[in-house]
Design a protein around this ligand. Structure first.
Ligand code: SF4
Length: 375
């Protein structure tokens, strides 16, 4: 099984916290779609004969594409790869794109999952981080998706936004939980160098929420999700029964994936590849059949670190049997040695040959990760 990720690097405007590669350049969309279709042809062999189990349009803002542009990409994918009949097919979207007319226009496309970048339902929060939508549009977008027949809806929420209090965060959670969605991804706000938000913090225009409050917000998130029957299957991801993201779960289970479009990453169990982070350079290279990606062959330690980094965040945790089979006994011994202090301090659970974070371990997961990756 394998996945395909398509990066649509267009945004109508930039959110202050975002460090993804995107541009505000809608004129380039038709050329980019053509190039993605050509890239599919060029990289037809990358996933060998693996069947495609998930297709994910991420961004940027895939919902800026026209139905015929999505169709062209689907046509290229289906004529090149074998896609399983019940493949999970997702697109990310911004609430203000999700009108009734939009859903009518994509009704013939094979999407069966939608991920909506809500972030907050609060108008002041949204304005401060320069999101395009307001709270009412977020609610309407979810309703429109439900009326259009989407039965697998994921929403994104951010906690620790500037000036957000615990009470305000709880209000956002309550709002999210009455919307009857199947999946919620929620991340604490981070200040990434080079972003507008970083600059605002440096100038003292924005005061970050302190670490203790961030932890309290996270614990509140987990508590609320569990109370409403969501499975906390990854540190930042919560799903109703049978609604885990198959696409992301495949990344965490070390399955191969092909990333298409500018800045997209690919992994085929042997090497990592990443496409150039520039629409113009990407399009030019694809059109002229020159190289548009870099490749790095992974050493065994790098593969081990990749595995530890993603699996530690999941509720299943690190599988020591898998490490023994894939990397050898030496890696198991060192992993156990490095994890022992955290097992003793009850930050890690060691059961059934698996190491997983306890609820207090989640709060220091980065520190634990650094120790476990020391092999
Ligand atoms: S819409 Fe998404 S990708 Fe675009 S700037 Fe905002 S956070 Fe980044």
């Amino acid at each position: 099984m394998a996945g395909i990720y398509i990066h649509i690097p267009f945004c109508k405007k930039r959110c202050t916290y975002c460090d993804f590669y995107t541009e505000v350049a809608p004129k380039l969309i038709p050329r980019l779609v053509d190039s993605i279709c050509k890239e599919i042809e060029i990289r037809a062999d990358y996933l060998a004969n693996n069947q495609i189990d998930t297709i994910y349009f991420g961004g940027g803002t895939p919902s800026v594409l026209k139905p015929e542009q999505f169709s062209a990409i689907f046509k290229a994918i289906y004529s090149t790869f074998s896609v399983s009949e019940n493949a999970e097919i997702t697109f990310e979207s911004n609430p203000d794109d999700l009108s009734v007319q939009f859903f009518e226009s994509i009704s013939q496309l094979p999407f069966n999952r939608i991920s909506i970048g809500i972030q907050s339902f609060d108008d002041d929060d949204l304005k401060r981080i320069n999101r395009r939508h307001v709270g009412n549009q977020a609610v309407q977008a979810i309703r429109n998706a439900q009326h259009a027949g989407f039965k697998n809806i994921s929403i994104d929420l951010i906690y620790g936004l500037p000036y957000q209090t615990i009470e305000k965060w709880e209000k956002q959670l309550n709002m999210a939980l009455i919307m009857n969605v199947q999946h919620i991804s929620s991340y604490g706000l981070t200040y990434e160098e080079g972003t507008k938000l970083w600059e605002q913090r440096e100038k003292g225009e924005v005061i970050p929420v302190d670490d203790d409050t961030m932890n309290e917000m996270y614990l509140l998130l987990v508590k609320n999700m569990k109370e409403k029957g969501f499975d906390a299957y990854e540190i930042s991801n919560f799903a109703q029964k049978d609604y885990r993201s198959r696409h992301n779960s495949a990344y965490w289970k070390q399955q191969p994936y092909l990333g298409l479009g500018p800045s997209a990453h690919s992994y085929n169990l042997v090497s990592r590849q990443w496409n150039v982070s520039s629409i113009l350079k990407y399009v030019y290279a694809v059109e002229n059949k020159t190289n548009f990606f870099e490749t790095e062959n992974l050493s065994i330690s790098e593969k081990f670190n990749d595995y530890v980094m993603v699996s530690l965040r999941t509720s299943e945790g690190i599988d020591l049997e898998y490490i023994k089979t894939e990397f050898g006994k030496k890696f198991v011994i060192e992993c156990l040695e490095n994890s022992q202090p955290f097992v003793d301090s009850l930050h890690l659970n060691l059961t059934d040959n698996r190491l997983s974070l306890t609820s207090k371990g989640v709060l220091i997961s980065n520190q634990i990760l650094i120790e476990l990756m020391k092999v």
